[in-house]
Design a protein around this ligand. Structure first.
Ligand code: GAL
Length: 381
């Protein structure tokens, strides 16, 4: 707590909201006094730097736009930048935001370990930093984290794979089915802290079925390092699936389930399966999972191709992040709901975690259309 309070005070200095008395009072690193009760800057005088990873995935476009709009509605100035999954570009963007006088930074990192120098500069300039959806690692200079319960997202992915394959019922209870089946596993980008949470969560429900000899990862590729897809790149996932089909399934065996942690990968995986003759009445697609409820996957689910996705409402993530920015700017302590899980290697980062929802054909309309996330026309329902 002392660390985050210190960071908060640092933030207040940057924003000019810490009373001078507090600066002079208890000396460097002083941990009490005056936060939130001093002179405030107006939102109009505060530039919020938003560093997003890429526009190649629709979710980050939504995230960026939601954040920008909600911040601007509150009067803040916003600098929104996308780095096209290129680490040096993101580094430059952060340098620029800092030199342009950003008061607060909200960062969805590409490589969660690559921003140490920039965040040190941010700290030196008393700029508070919120890690957005992806934890920034190996630095003390990240003040808060907003995301979803990433371990639970993984559990939901594994659970939906097993529901789709008939081993669990809709409530997640074992159905008693013991028919053997082949599966393959995919992981997210190894430099994204979330990817290991997703994989561990998923394997916590899948592994018991492997141990019982019901499910077999026929390629033998079960280590995260083996199955991880750098930068979450759909083309890499597609070619890995093609290679798996050639190396493991050319003798007539079929794959009945594929754990995919992200919709972009799922679409690539389905493309490889389609080219290999899956997706017909005789040779149906395996159960393929996903994440992010991207439009292409919503359509694919309705078409009976991809089985499931995990819906993480980016509107809500933007809301809690904007509330955090606003609280920091006003000298208040932002609301968090987790102070245990997200150790970034230097400290446990106080977090606000949201809940996610498994989406299949059955609840897609209710969750994605009736809530206004997509229009009926967009998904074609
Ligand atoms: C993760 C994020 C996922 C997905 C993935 C690929 O960090 O939590 O929801 O978007 O990146 O973009």
């Amino acid at each position: 707590m002392t660390v985050s309070r210190r960071s908060l005070i640092a933030g207040m200095l940057a924003l000019g909201t810490l009373p001078l008395a507090a600066c002079g009072g208890s000396g460097a690193g002083g941990s009490s006094g005056g936060v939130g009760s001093g002179e405030k800057k107006n939102p109009e005088d505060i530039l919020v730097g938003l560093a997003m990873p890429t526009k190649s995935s629709e979710r980050w476009i939504e995230d960026g736009e939601n954040l920008k709009k909600q911040l601007e509605d509150k009067g803040y100035k916003v600098d929104l930048q996308y780095a096209e999954d290129d680490i040096p570009t993101q580094v430059n963007q952060l340098d620029n935001m800092i030199s342009q006088g950003a008061g607060i930074l909200v960062v969805a990192s590409i490589d969660g370990t690559a921003l140490t120098t920039q965040l040190q500069t941010a700290a030196d300039n008393k700029i508070p930093v919120i890690a957005y959806d992806r934890l920034i690692r190996n630095t003390p200079n990240v003040d808060y984290y907003t995301s979803f319960d990433n371990e639970k997202v993984g559990v939901q992915q594994g659970t939906s794979l097993l529901i789709g394959m008939g081993y669990l019922d809709a409530d997640g209870k074992e159905t008693g089915k013991t028919d053997p089946a082949n599966i393959e596993l995919f992981g997210g980008s190894p430099d994204d802290n979330n990817a290991t949470f997703f994989f561990q969560g998923a394997m916590s429900v899948i592994q018991p079925f492997i141990d019982k000899g019901i499910l077999t990862v026929k390629s033998g590729q079960t280590d995260f390092e083996k199955v991880a897809i750098l930068r979450w790149d759909p083309a890499t996932a597609q070619s890995r699936m093609e290679n798996l089909i050639t190396s493991t399934y050319s003798g007539g065996d079929k794959v009945q389930g594929v754990l995919s942690p992200y919709d972009g990968l799922s679409i690539g995986i389905l493309g490889a399966l389609k080219s290999a003759g899956y997706g017909t009445a005789d040779q149906p697609y395996p159960i393929v999972t996903g994440q992010d409820a991207e439009l292409a996957s919503a359509e694919s689910i309705l078409a009976g191709e991809q089985y499931s996705t995990i819906f993480k409402d980016t509107r809500k993530l933007a809301e809690v992040t904007v509330a955090m920015v606003d609280a920091i700017a006003k000298g208040e302590e932002p609301e968090v709901n987790n102070t245990e899980t997200y150790d970034n290697g230097e400290k446990v980062v106080p977090s606000y975690l949201l809940e996610s929802v498994i989406i299949t054909k059955d609840n897609l309309k209710a969750e994605l259309v009736d809530t206004g996330y997509y229009t009926a026309e967009e998904v074609g329902v």
